[in-house]
Design a protein around this ligand. Structure first.
Ligand code: CU
Length: 69
């Protein structure tokens, strides 16, 4: 069963940011969809095994768009 997680990534400032997040997180095994919004800085990720929230958070840190929890 897939998990949907919505969070804020404060470093989002433009369409390049949302594109980077969607591409990099979207490449992770188990990630079903990623949608990042410029104005709200909200990201919604739908994922399933083997992806984990811990792993997604690590990827976000690596690409410099850490999630604010
Ligand atoms: Cu940007």
């Amino acid at each position: 069963m897939s998990i949907t997680k919505t969070f804020v990534s404060p470093n989002i400032s433009c369409g390049h940011c949302t594109h980077t997040i969607e591409m990099e997180v979207g490449e992770m095994a188990g990630v079903i969809s990623v949608n990042a919004e410029i104005e709200s800085k909200e990201v919604t990720v739908v994922y399933d095994s083997p992806a984990t929230w811990e792993g997604i958070k690590e990827t976000l840190v690596e690409i410099n768009f850490p999630a604010k929890e």
